[in-house]
Design a protein around this ligand. Structure first.
Ligand SMILES: Nc1ncnc2c1ncn2[C@@H]1O[C@H](COP(=O)(O)OP(=O)(O)OP(=O)(O)O)[C@@H](O)[C@H]1O
Ligand SMILES: [Mg+2]
Length: 366
């Protein structure tokens, strides 16, 4: 087992494109760290640098305290699982699992023992004689995992290993990977663009955008205290509601109520919110998560949007709302399902509101 340390690790492709703009962070020994971000943000580039499949332009990468910038992939003691499985089609499952070990000249008995262990752990015992073409997608993915497992590496690298699976299988395999990690205790770096996968699997998550780290923290800390608007809207489904407007304090002065004026048709009453006095007149982005919009009586509603579309998902209901030009989503318990066409008076608990600087996107403390 080993930790992985990134120190200003940067990748510039030969055509000048900056894949990773300089990343510094540590993956602890035994940690399951998830790297998440939209397509093209540089996740695979970063992982491939750890694997040694991509040269590092500058900075230092260490595995287990050893600088590996110039160490060949096969000498890094890592194993990588790809989205595309990359199984050998003409070999049986057992041969696929054994292949890497054979190549390294491991003794036959040792290979057999490791293959048997991996097959048992991943429940592949019944399909060891089949070819990959005779397996389901989930079984193929398990063989790909097994092939990494038998190597007993210091670090596992997984690049979108579940994205070829259907939704149900994916959530099943997610649990399996978490279980595997708990059992083995091996350091894992897991790349995905799926924020649900990141939230459910990661002990810590690195949020990536355009080659740059946005924030590193535990899933709940990222969700509750996002550093900026990008992190706030990337994590969470449905996404956080965002409105741009100007804060105004009623003439009543100190202790008076605050309003957030979006436009002529929409002005949110925030009540006697404990906001810095000098925010009066400031234009900001206001963010509120769908689960924090609270149905209320007409008397103390901050806004009364029109219900447009209702999406019941069983355990809860996503209610798509419209007010003027603005679309919002509320996430409500299934007890009372609103009907399209009705107005839904909502309260905005100010302690649940986030404010973001409109130029930098930085979340402002209040
Ligand atoms: N060999 C290359 N030469 C130039 N640019 C490249 C090369 N390989 C990748 N890129 C670019 O670098 C950026 C990061 O690519 P990367 O594959 O790391 O993204 P990603 O986050 O893994 O995306 P996805 O979620 O789609 O897999 C992309 O804009 C990509 O087009
Ligand atoms: Mg990728």
């Amino acid at each position: 087992m080993a930790n992985v340390r990134f120190d200003a690790v940067r990748k510039v492709y030969p055509n000048g494109h900056v894949g990773v703009a300089g990343a510094s962070f540590d993956v602890a020994d035994g940690e399951l760290l998830v790297l998440v971000g939209p397509s093209g943000c540089g996740k695979s580039t970063l992982l491939r640098m750890v694997a040694g499949l991509e040269a590092i332009t500058s900075g230092t990468l260490s595995i287990g305290g050893r600088v590996v910038n110039d160490v060949a992939p096969k000498d890094r003691d890592i194993a990588m699982v790809f989205q595309s499985y990359a199984l050998y089609p003409h070999m049986s499952v057992a041969e696929n699992l054994a292949f890497g070990l054979k190549l390294r000249g491991q003794p036959k008995a040792e290979i057999a023992a490791r293959v048997a262990e991996a097959a048992q752990m991943l429940e592949l015992g019944a399909v060891l004689d089949r070819k990959p073409g005779q397996l389901s997608g989930g079984q193929r993915q398990r063989v790909a995992l097994g092939r990494a497992l038998v190597r007993q590496p210091q670090v596992f690298l997984l690049d979108e290993p579940l994205s070829n699976l259907d939704a149900k299988l994916r959530s099943g395999m997610r649990v399996e990977i978490a279980r595997l990690h708990r059992k083995l205790g091996t350091t894992m770096i897991y790349v995905t663009h799926d924020q649900i996968e990141a939230m459910t699997l990661g002990q810590r998550i690195v949020v990536f955008r355009d080659g740059e780290i946005q924030q590193i923290d535990t899933p709940m800390a990222l969700y509750e205290q996002p550093d900026n608007l990008f992190v706030a809207t990337f994590l969470g489904s449905p996404a956080m509601n965002v409105l741009r407007g100007t804060l105004q304090r009623d003439a009543a002065g100190e202790g008076g109520g605050w309003r957030f004026v979006v436009d002529d048709g929409l002005s949110l009453a925030l009540g006697a919110a404990p906001l810095p006095g000098d925010w009066h007149g400031r234009t900001l982005d206001l963010g509120i998560r769908p689960e924090h919009l609270q149905p209320t009586g007409h008397g103390d509603a901050a806004l009364s949007p029109l219900v447009e579309v209702v999406e019941p998902v069983g355990s809860e209901v996503f209610v798509n709302l419209r007010i003027g030009d603005h679309a919002l989503v509320a996430r409500l318990p299934p007890e009372r399902v609103p009907v399209p066409g009705e107005t839904l008076p909502l309260r905005i608990p100010v302690e649940r509101v986030h404010f973001f600087d409109i130029d930098t996107g930085t979340r402002l403390a209040h």
